[in-house]
Design a protein. Structure first.
Length: 298
C-alpha cells in the first residue's frame, strides 16, 4: 500500500508540473519495492498513461523512444523486485528450517539426557523401594507407595521423551487430568501431608489440554508444600465457575519456607497464560501461602 501511494504521488506530481520531469524514472522505486506482479503491470501502464496525459495537457511531445524506454525500465524494475522478494523469502525459509532443525536436535539431546540420568535413577529408586519393603512387613505399605510413584513417574517420563522425539501419537495421547487428582492426594497424604479437597460448583468436562494443565498446576503446588512448607495442612479448591475453572491451593505453612521464585511457579503461570488465564501466588494474610489459577473453559 505504501508503494502504491508513493507511485500515485509521483505520477500526479509529474503530470501536474508544466515541464518535463523524470517522473518515469522516479516511479521505478515504488514499482521495485512493491515486489508484485500486479503492481508491475499496473505501474507500467500507469507510467505510460501519465506520460501521455502530460503531453496532452501541456502540449509537450515525448519521442516514442522515451515511452518505450520508460515502460521497459518499469518492467525491469518490477521483475528485479519480484526476484529480490523471492530470494528474501527463500532465505527466510532457510533460516526457519535451520532453526527448526536445531530445535529438533536440542529436543533429542534433552531426551537422551532425561533418559540416561532421570530414567536410570528413578528405576533404581523403584527397585530399592521394593527391596526395602521385602525386608520389613511394617514398612512395605510405604515402600509400595514409593514404587508406584516411581512407576508413574517413569510412565510420564517415557511419554515426555516420545513427545520430545516428535512422536505424534504421544502428543495426542491423553495425559494426567483432574480425574487423577484422588491418586495425587493419596500419595501426598501417604507422605505425611494433610490435604483437603473442596469442589465448588458442578464439575464439568474440560478440554484435554486445560484438564492436563489444571492437574499439573495442582501437582506442582502440592509438591511445593511438601518441599518448602514442611507438609503444612493444605486445602485444594476446585471452583467450577460459569466461564472458567478456578484452582486454589492454600497451605498453612511458614511463608519464609516457601520458595516462590523458583521455576515451578514460572511453569504454573505459563500453563495458565497458555489458555488466556491467570495465576497469582504469594503469602497469605497471617500465615501460609496461596496459589490461585483461573483457566477459561474456552
Amino acid at each position: 500500500m505504501k508503494a502504491r501511494g508513493a507511485l500515485v504521488a509521483i505520477l500526479f506530481a509529474g503530470v501536474a508540473l508544466p515541464f518535463n520531469t523524470p517522473f518515469g524514472l522516479l516511479a521505478l522505486v515504488p514499482i521495485y519495492l512493491a515486489r508484485s506482479r500486479t503492481m508491475t503491470i499496473a505501474g507500467t501502464v500507469a507510467v505510460g498513461v501519465a506520460m501521455a496525459a502530460h503531453d496532452l495537457i501541456w502540449g509537450t511531445d515525448e519521442p516514442f523512444g522515451a515511452y518505450a524506454a520508460s515502460l521497459a525500465l518499469c518492467v525491469m524494475a518490477g521483475a528485479l523486485g519480484m526476484y529480490s522478494g523471492v530470494r528474501r523469502a527463500a532465505a527466510a525459509r532457510e533460516r526457519e528450517l535451520l532453526a527448526e532443525a536445531a530445535a529438533a536436535e536440542e529436543r533429542l539431546r534433552i531426551a537422551r539426557e532425561l533418559h540416561d540420568a532421570v530414567g536410570h535413577d528413578v528405576s533404581l529408586m523403584v527397585v530399592q523401594a521394593q527391596a526395602l519393603g521385602a525386608t520389613d512387613e511394617r514398612i512395605r505399605e510405604h515402600t509400595d507407595a514409593i514404587a508406584d510413584l516411581g512407576r508413574r513417574t517413569m510412565a510420564d517420563l517415557h511419554r515426555t521423551l516420545r513427545v520430545l522425539r516428535g512422536d505424534e501419537d504421544a502428543e495426542r495421547a491423553p495425559g494426567a487430568g483432574l480425574a487423577d487428582l484422588d491418586e495425587l492426594v493419596d500419595v501426598a497424604r501417604a507422605s505425611g501431608l494433610p490435604v483437603t479437597v473442596v469442589v465448588d460448583g458442578a464439575p464439568r468436562e474440560l478440554a484435554p489440554l486445560v484438564d492436563q494443565s489444571a492437574y499439573r498446576i495442582v501437582q506442582e503446588a502440592v509438591t511445593n508444600v511438601v518441599k518448602h512448607a514442611d507438609r503444612a495442612p493444605t486445602t485444594i479448591t476446585l471452583g467450577y465457575g460459569d466461564r472458567a475453572l478456578e484452582l486454589t491451593i492454600v497451605d498453612e505453612g511458614e511463608v519464609s519456607m516457601m520458595n516462590h521464585r523458583g521455576h515451578g511457579l514460572v511453569g504454573m503461570r505459563e500453563r495458565a497464560e497458555l489458555f488466556g488465564g491467570t495465576l497469582e501466588a504469594g503469602p497469605r494474610d497471617g500465615q501460609g501461602f496461596a496459589v490461585k489459577a483461573v483457566l477459561p473453559y474456552r
